[in-house]
Design a protein. Sequence first.
Length: 511
Amino acid sequence: HDFVCTCDSDMSITKVDGPATCDKDECSSDPCGAGQTCNDPNPSPASLKDFTCTCDNDATLTATGVKVGSCVEDECTATPCGTGQKCTDPNTAKSSKFDFVCTCDSDPSVTVIGKAAICEVDECSTSPCGAMQTCLDSNKGPNSLNDFECTCTTGIKEVGGPATCVQGSTDECTSDPCSGQQCVDPDTTSASLGDFVCTCTNGKGTATGQPAMCEVDECEMNPCGGGQSCMDPDTSVQMSGDFVCSCDAPATGTATGSPAVCEVDECSQTPCGMDQTCVDADKTDKSLLDFVCTCKNGVTATGGPATCEIDECSSDPCGADQTCEDPNKSYTSQHDFKCVCNSDAAIFQIDGPATCSKDECTSQPCGAGQTCNDPMQTKTSLNDFICTCQNGVSATGGAATCEIDECINDPCGMGQTCEDPNKSYTSQHDFKCVCDSDPSIVQLDGPATCAKDECTSQPCGAGQTCSDPNQGRSSLNDFTCTCQNGVVSTGGPATCEIDECAAGPCGMGQT
């Protein structure tokens, strides 16, 4: 029982007293998963991680030693058809591009492969009926053309073109002068010729009296899809399929007549910074911010630089009026930051805020003639000092107002000016009220009597109206007397009679 069996495929594999196990099929553990086929070309136990995974729906997508990241890419996720349309991707393999189908919600019979469909065509938008006619397109489906209706103001109608509104008219469009383009003759009288308008039905362009030069910008249909820019160098209808798709930065790649294959190596822009390594395992433009930054100490981060150092001062642990210092920012060195008082650098605390005292009264914030008291002289308690006047008036956080302005409450009232020459708290009841209408009228410690109405003595007499516009005591004889017939006099009664002879109405030789 001491014989030895040795594998021919791998001489290092032996067994005493029995056959050796020479093969190990790595696919037996199903490392590729659902939707992928596994193949192990060398099942020897000494040959590991050489199995291949192949996508069932796309044989071009393979990986060795690991499963394929993703075999499916549904082009409809980017909503290439837009609103009002349904998108269907019959083949979601990554190698199958631009086979998605756009179907109009309004008309399911209208479908387009690889780009958005045109679901509505309003034939009236090009004004095919011309002047003095109304246009109605009741069916805007793309399969329903030339069914618009033109109606004259007289009620005459025509389907598919302008109506003949005038007897004996000549519609130049009947001879198809536009060569298949849409034709409109705005004036169909026989005296107006050569004024027909040709409009492109395929593309853009109009011309009067001759066929139009038509242009089509292929980029308007967004053939490149999202994440790419489109440029059409020649928009003439004869040149189709010459549009150029270019990947948006930072992706690279261009293609003519079809979307470009875009790749983005996110590490090319050194997003991790100095002293970190960057690895971008998947460079497809659909896979962004998956690069991995790794510090020398092993700390990693995905989609951005890793935090290799820890600055304990970044969270401001010391608070206001203290400076935080972290001498060692290594991730292995924590709780060694120091808080230093700004008011006294000799005062500091390790791993926490320091206790800093500050007497706010040292800067004399109250000024002369007032006393200052700071009850709590800590750094965290600011603007709590108290200023006190000699008369007992006080204020917190600033200088007190020691003077008393007796005019502040407007004791004189309207039409008068208040003056307080001495605002000392020991001098009160010395304010004076001065009449605005007559500054010579003054009253101490109270309102002055400013008004005198001269009309109270009825100086105008019966039948006249009296008005005193300025009732100041120094303004006399400025009252007005007004007759019922409108005659006015100032300072005395008016003469209300009218002598009609004063104008000489009788002429020469008459009295």
